[in-house]
Each structure stands twice: as C-alpha cells, then as structure tokens.
Design a protein around this ligand. Structure first.
Ligand code: ADP
Ligand code: MG
Length: 349
C-alpha cells in the first residue's frame, strides 16, 4: 500500500508495534505503538487525511472511537464482522453466501453436541484471532477431543464440518460509491493450512462458476453495506461454493496482481481511500504466486532462478519455519509448468 501510494504521489504514516516492521522500510513516518494504544492511534489520526487498517486484529471497539474523529473510508463494519468467526459466518448466511454447517462451541458439552451432529472429521476453530491455521484442531476421532480442551478454557469457538472440497479459491473486491471491481479468481493451494501457491487463471473454475461467485460476492458486499477492499475465501465442491472466511484488507492470494494484472489490489485500495476512480483489472498472462516461508529459504535461490520470477522480500526481522517472509510471482506460467520446473530443480512440494 505504501509503495503504490508513493507512485500515486502521496505519503504514508504507519502505526506498528515493531520498529523494524516491513513497513518501516517503505513508509514516510513510523509511529511505534501497540494496535490498541489510543494515544498512538490518535497521533496517527491527527497526521493523516485518511486512515485504513491492514490487519484484522485491531480491536473493532477502539476503531469505533476513531471512526467518529477521523476519516476511515472503509468504516469499521467489515473489520468488526470479520473478527469473530461466528459473527462472520452468520453474517455470510444472512447476506446470501452459503457456509458449511457449523455450531457455536464454548464448552465441552457444546463440542460433544456439535460432534454428534456433524460426525468426524470436523474442525474446531477459535472465534477470534486465528490465522494460518492457528487456533484450529481437526477432530478425526474421540481422541482428538483432548486437543480442544485447552482452547475451551480461554476461548469461545465454533465447530464446523470438514468439507472434502474440490479446491479453494478467493475473490478480492473493491467497492467505491461509484462501482465495484473484482480481481480474477485464482486457485489457492494450501500446505499445512497456510497458503502456498495461488494460480491464475484457476484451471478448475468454469466461466459459469466464476460469474456466479462474482455475482454472489458483489451482492454480499452491497447487502452488508461494505465499502473498500474485501477478500472472500471459498471452498468449491461440485457446482457449489461455500463461504469460508473474509478479510477487509489486501490478501495474500492477491499478491499475484502486482505483476499479473493491469492494476493491483494495493493500488486500487489506495485509489478507493483517496476517492480516485477505480480501474477494472485484467489478467495480463497466466500467473502463479508462491509464498516464501522460513522453511522455503533453503530453496530460495533455485526458486528465484526460475524464469519470469519476481521476488518480494518483506524484510521481516525474524525468521520462523512457518512465517511468511516474502513471495515470488511467476508471470507467463501455469501451475503445471511451474510444478514441472520445481521437479527439474529438485524443489520438493
Ligand atoms: P485461517 O486462514 O484464518 O487460518 P481458515 O478457516 O481459512 O483459517 O483455515 C485455514 C485452512 O484450513 C483453509 O484454507 C482450508 O485449507 C482448511 N480448512 C479450514 N476450514 C475447513 C473446513 N471446514 N473444511 C475443510 N478444510 C478447511
Ligand atoms: Mg483462511
């Protein structure tokens, strides 16, 4: 967002608890403070014409106070609604998006009742603050109930059906007062519950299905009265699609848009925030994005050497095996071609 804002001729101030955060290398002013530090948030608000968020766990309640004082074009609703998996799923159903079956779960009794209704396998998820598979337990049999118990002590949760989906995909939409644009829907491949590759176009997605997902997603945004950016993750099985979760911020599955599309998610979000007209994105060529986690660093040179690669290093200060440290976008490449290349280079998947 900072990089694209600069290209549009604007400056950016950022609040982050970490003085060495990724943004510290590209923003114009860094305010170091916790996401719920009202003094720092006010300092940020006072020095900006327009405010936005790029992280789901800024407390919705705090934003309410800021929303009265500062210009937050996205408002706080999409953030608030996405912060709680139960509220998020109820909201999806209310505004026309089907979900897998789920149950509220805040006690052992709730858990057992949900398992009786859903059968195994099913998934327990904490309602708040989960990401990249954190706060989730897949229950295959009664033995796994013990793994959920520690969560039940401190968290509210949900239990949902584990769907044997055909594939996962996500759509990124940006809505302004004038219109709604959406980016081409890719195929999302997860490894250990973390996004590994996004491939566009999605080889399994028919034009008919893509149109239905776009239509339903736009209608959802309108009915829910959301503006700005929204990513919706879906599971697809047969001719049905199911809402999984949403995020009112640029999304990892949309990083391919930087090189792969005529305009990208960050630029269009900035333009929305600045009240500039939105541009309808088009795919330039078949494109794949591969995430670089700490565990991928051993293969980084090989991955960078594959043709048409564009490496983005987030300059994170700490490396962990499952932490996202950057991504590589390969233009002019299909998933099959990329996988053949990985095999040739001995890069395990
Ligand atoms: P987060 O991305 O916040 O960690 P998700 O709910 O998206 O949480 O779960 C992460 C991944 O786990 C999903 O992308 C999917 O691969 C898998 N998963 C989550 N829920 C289900 C489900 N109900 N059925 C099958 N797979 C699931
Ligand atoms: Mg997810």
């Amino acid at each position: 967002m900072c990089i694209e804002a600069h290209k549009l001729g604007y400056t950016v101030a950022v609040l982050d608890p970490n003085p060495k955060c990724s943004c510290s290398y590209v923003c114009d002013k860094l305010i170091v403070g916790e996401f719920d530090d009202l003094v720092k948030l006010n300092e940020l608000g006072k020095c900006c014409n327009v405010l936005s968020y790029e992280f789901e766990n800024v407390k919705g309640e705090i934003l309410e106070e800021l929303n009265d004082k500062y210009n937050i074009p996205q408002g706080i609703c999409p953030l608030f609604d996405s912060q709680d998996r139960l509220r998020e799923k109820m909201n999806a159903t209310r505004y026309g998006l089907p979900t897998v079956r789920y149950f509220d779960c805040s006690s052992l009794l709730d858990l057992k009742n949900a398992i009786s209704a859903l059968g195994y396998p099913c998934i327990y998820k904490t309602r708040r603050e989960g990401y990249d598979g954190h706060g989730q337990v897949v229950l295959h049999s009664v033995i796994d109930i013990d793994k959920v118990k520690p969560y039940l002590e401190h968290n509210l949760g949900i239990v949902e059906e584990k769907l044997e989906f055909d594939y996962e995909c996500s759509i990124i939409l940006i809505r302004s007062k004038e219109n709604i644009i959406s980016f081409p829907i890719g195929l999302n491949i997860h490894k250990d519950n973390i996004l590994d590759i996004t491939a566009v176009p999605n080889p399994y997605l028919s034009k008919e299905m893509e149109d239905r997902i776009i239509e339903a997603s736009k209608e959802f945004m309108i009915q829910a009265n959301y503006y700005g950016i929204l990513t919706i993750e879906y599971f697809v099985k047969g001719d049905k699609f199911y809402f999984n979760e949403m995020a009112p911020r640029p999304h990892n599955s949309g990083h391919y848009t930087i090189e792969g599309c005529t305009t990208n998610q960050f630029k269009e979000l900035d333009k929305f925030l600045l009240s500039l007209p939105l541009e309808k994105p088009k795919l330039i060529s078949a494109t794949c994005m591969k995430n670089i986690l700490g565990r991928d660093l051993v293969n980084l040179e090989k991955l960078k050497n594959i043709k048409n690669s564009n490496y983005h290093d987030y300059q994170k200060d700490q490396v962990k095996p499952l932490r996202k440290l950057g991504h590589i976008t390969y233009t002019n490449t299909t998933l099959d071609l990329l996988r053949t290349e990985f095999k040739k280079q001995n890069i395990g998947e």
